[in-house]
Write a protein that binds this ligand. Structure first.
Ligand code: F6P
Length: 360
């Protein structure tokens, strides 16, 4: 193995730089291998200025930094790129440009750090001949085939801190505080932060909710003398028999942009006579320095991805199973995205402690 490339696709997640650093160090120290960084996800292959050499000096000091030194692109589906031709917007497939780029740069492997959409693209590129290795990245923690994707713990920390802060002001003013959190298809962030922060109601995409049931919980608390409530809402939470709220169409790779359900839940509660304020935590959950817990899988994944490449284990993704680094096929990782198991201990424990999921 002489030369590998690394790219970071999709939305960023705390820990991307830790993966890059570990991969570069392992490639250079263990294999004497050259590393090229591809800027802005797959776009780097299409743009002339998209390639940067990565040496030890380039990754010095990046371990605690959020974001990604390579840049990321969240809407760059190469199979369906929108371009203007003769004054009209048309969709073209530029995936062959990526294959040509990989060959032109003589990459023996391409490490793709990404979530569901980015890994879908990566698998397609493998089928066209690219030597792909996947690394699971998402704050949502919803990638299949692995117990953990880095970035999740940092997001849960940020969300829990927000719930803690909302608690004090909610109690002081006898208010309901609705907090909208990220979590498009799976409610892991709201569930974990909600339990860790002591929320009274947790609404997640995995358990459709009823508005009346949310209000019933708030009312029950007031009747028991607890004049405030905290409601943690995943952005992908769905009312039973209702739709997700979203503001922009997606496409076959990247899904719709969500947002707004926290406001709707908050307004409903307020209309039932309980003073309510709504907070949307948004991209604060994606920013900032990765927690030590996230730096740990990130570092292990970065090193393991390089070793997997050296073994020729293409079309596979590094993963964590029972604390051990393993690898799984990309097909498996993208075929069965992870969802909150409603029979899992976390849900059962929360219910047992009188946390409402709005479904009873
Ligand atoms: O997938 C990670 C995530 O943060 C989701 O939780 C959220 O819906 C989405 O990305 C936001 O994407 P963007 O930064 O493009 O708005």
């Amino acid at each position: 193995m002489k030369r590998i490339g690394i790219l970071t696709g999709g939305g960023d997640a705390p820990g991307l730089n830790a993966v890059i650093r570990a991969a570069v160090k392992t490639a250079i120290y263990e294999y004497g291998c050259e590393v090229l960084g591809i800027r802005d996800g797959y776009d780097g292959f299409i743009d002339e200025k998209g390639i940067i050499p990565l040496g030890i000096e380039n990754v010095r000091g990046i371990l605690p930094r959020g974001g990604t030194i390579l840049g990321a692109a969240n809407r760059g589906n190469p199979y369906a790129r929108k371009v203007i031709r003769d004054g009209k917007e048309v969709t073209i497939d530029v995936s062959d440009e990526i294959i040509k780029g990989i060959r032109r740069l003589e990459l023996d492997a391409l490490l793709v750090l990404g979530g569901d959409g980015t890994l879908h693209i990566a698998h397609g590129l493998f089928l066209k001949g690219a030597p792909i290795i996947g690394v699971p990245k998402t704050i949502d923690n919803d990638i299949g085939g692995t117990e953990v994707s880095f970035g999740f713990d940092t997001a849960v920390n940020t969300a829990t801190e927000a719930i803690d802060k909302l608690h004090t002001t909610a109690e002081a003013h006898h208010r309901v505080m609705a907090l909208e959190l990220m979590g498009r298809n799976a409610g892991f962030i709201a569930l974990h932060a909600g339990v860790a922060g002591g929320s009274d109601v947790i609404l997640i995409p995995d358990i459709p909710f009823k508005f009346e049931s949310v209000v019933a919980k708030v009312r029950e608390r007031v009747e028991r003398g607890m004049l405030f409530s905290i409601v943690a809402v995943s952005e992908g939470a769905k009312p039973l028999d209702g739709n997700q709220v979203f503001s922009r169409e997606g496409n076959e790779i990247y899904v719709t942009r969500l947002g707004g359900i926290g406001q709707i839940v908050g307004e409903y509660i307020e209309k039932q006579g309980f003073e309510t304020r709504v907070t949307v935590l948004g991209h604060l959950q994606r920013g900032g320095t990765p927690t030590p817990f996230d730096r740990w899988p990130a570092t292990l994944y970065g090193a393991a991805a390089v070793r997997l490449a050296a073994r020729g284990g293409f079309d596979r993704m590094v993963a964590l199973h029972s604390g051990k680094i393993v690898d799984v096929s990309l097909e498996e990782a993208i075929a069965a995205p992870k969802r909150v198991d409603i029979n899992d201990d976390s849900v059962i424990t929360a219910r047992g402690m009188s946390i409402s999921f709005g479904d009873e």
